[in-house]
Design a protein around this ligand. Sequence first.
Ligand code: ADP
Ligand code: ADP
Length: 237
Amino acid sequence: MLTVTDLTKTYKTGDKALAEVSLTVPKGQVVGLIGPSGAGKSTLIRCINRLVEPTSGKIALSGAELTGLGPRALRRERRRIGMIFQEYALVERLTVMENVLSGRLGYVSFWQSFTRRFPSADIERAYRLLDRVGLMEHADKRADALSGGQRQRVGIARALSQEPELLLVDEPTASLDPKTSRQIMRLLIEICAERGLPAIVNIHDVPLAQQFMQRIIGLRAGRVVFDGPPEQLTESV
Ligand code: ADP
Ligand code: ADP
């Protein structure tokens, strides 16, 4: 479970991006984060994955604090959070399999890619994940040979390969067509439910969020202005 308590972020420029944001995301739940540009969605995601230092407030994952850590502890704790990106952020020169392994190993060097020496347990896990996202037969293709939807499936498998306790997903379907977007959302939600993984999805597409999410959090000017099931969402958010 993710717990965010009274999170505030004021940038050096004076921009108050978040003001006393509190929320919890239980295991297996996928929350859609919506709000107009500048509402603080990216800042919230970046505070949770600790790319941005909050001004005040607390963030805890399964009871362990992510705030107030030194650099080493921070590196370790960040491994507990899986990230999925709009533009996939795959390494194009590596194969699909190697991209998935890079989630587990942190980094795949050119030499490893050349010699193909990877721990067999990691390879087995990566195959299982590729099977789950429907890419088994594409394991040895280069990432740049895949379609957008397939690349996002690799992105999901890579995030899962680090065995995260939380997924942060930034506009996962913004570069995809509507049909592929629905397939990706469905897959994400199924996987989170299966694994009991909590997830926050920054999602621009409000109808898509309403169709798939169990819960939506609306941000406006750095504050939570809506938190509930999609059917209660009104025009004002
Ligand atoms: P999005 O709507 O996708 O969140 P933004 O246009 O808000 O994108 O921000 C794009 C990038 O610019 C982000 O990296 C954000 O941190 C940065 N950014 C946004 N506003 C400012 C600002 N006022 N000063 C400096 N950087 C900013
Ligand atoms: P969203 O993702 O909802 O578009 P952001 O979190 O990017 O919102 O931005 C929230 C507010 O913080 C905006 O006013 C934006 O200009 C400001 N902001 C974002 N990133 C930075 C930054 N790196 N430096 C200064 N201000 C920023």
